[in-house]
Design a protein around this ligand. Sequence first.
Ligand SMILES: C[S@@+](CC[C@H](N)C(=O)[O-])C[C@H]1O[C@@H](n2cnc3c(N)ncnc32)[C@H](O)[C@@H]1O
Length: 287
Amino acid sequence: MTTPAADSDTFKAAVQAHWDAAAGSWDAHSPDIRAWLRGATDAMIAKAGVVPGSRVLDVAAGAGDQTLDLAEQVGRSGAVVATDLAPAFVAIVQDRAARAGLPQVQCQVADGEDLRVDEASFDAAVCRLGLMLFPNPLQGLREMHRALRPGGGVCTVVFSVPQKNPCISILTATALRHAGLPARDPFAPGSLFSLGRPGHIDDLFRTAGFRDVATTAVEAVFRMPSVDHYIAFVRSSASPILQILAGLGDTAAKAAWDDIRAQLQAFTTPTGWAGPNELLITAARRP
Ligand SMILES: C[S@@+](CC[C@H](N)C(=O)[O-])C[C@H]1O[C@@H](n2cnc3c(N)ncnc32)[C@H](O)[C@@H]1O
């Protein structure tokens, strides 16, 4: 699925503006995000075939949590090139890598659909929770395919279906209702679940030219001390919900957040708040 080029440019400009604004908050929540995605990240790095000395491309790197893990894995004899559409994120990764003493990390602002890296110049490529936001994910996969040497490994992590990610579904549906907007196709291009339909991402990988494509669904429970901590995270970093509620006045917005909070309370446990999620980890190689 693709969108016309002009729409795509407008969409990406909005995505970039949002993530530039949210970058600091996403970074501030790095410890929570790190714990949430620990298992998926370890699996992604292993399935992409990253080893000491590898040269790795990290697409839509965000605040660079997985970039630093990749840098530890490849060591000083390897390299990690972290790319993101949002310059604010790229600056954060640069800073984090410098503070962590990881000179093997290089950073560049780049659209994942137009990476501007040399053909066949990487041993492995990864993209954690980024590809589903691309208006044309097939083009993103073609770019990763082009960047990999023959035999190189790729691995992406995306959200699966709405039913397995109930908190995101509650957030979206409730925000739309309060904004007076109709329900949306959950699988629309560029949305959080756009690659979640069973088999869809595998088809895209194969169409992009990859072989040995395999997708695994993994549970990833987002744990926070309380529902209010989760809502604070969402309010400071989750783009689609904020965009939906942007037009509401203070009173209407408060009513929406109160409604969201009441529903998300269902995930409070005796030891804190625990929101279920399911992720799809897709691995393949360039023939
Ligand atoms: C949910 S964050 C994930 C960041 C990071 N990979 C992580 O897992 O913590 C999504 C990231 O995708 C980036 N992004 C969205 N569309 C993009 C595109 N077309 N090209 C490159 N990056 C993009 C955003 O700027 C943001 O950093």
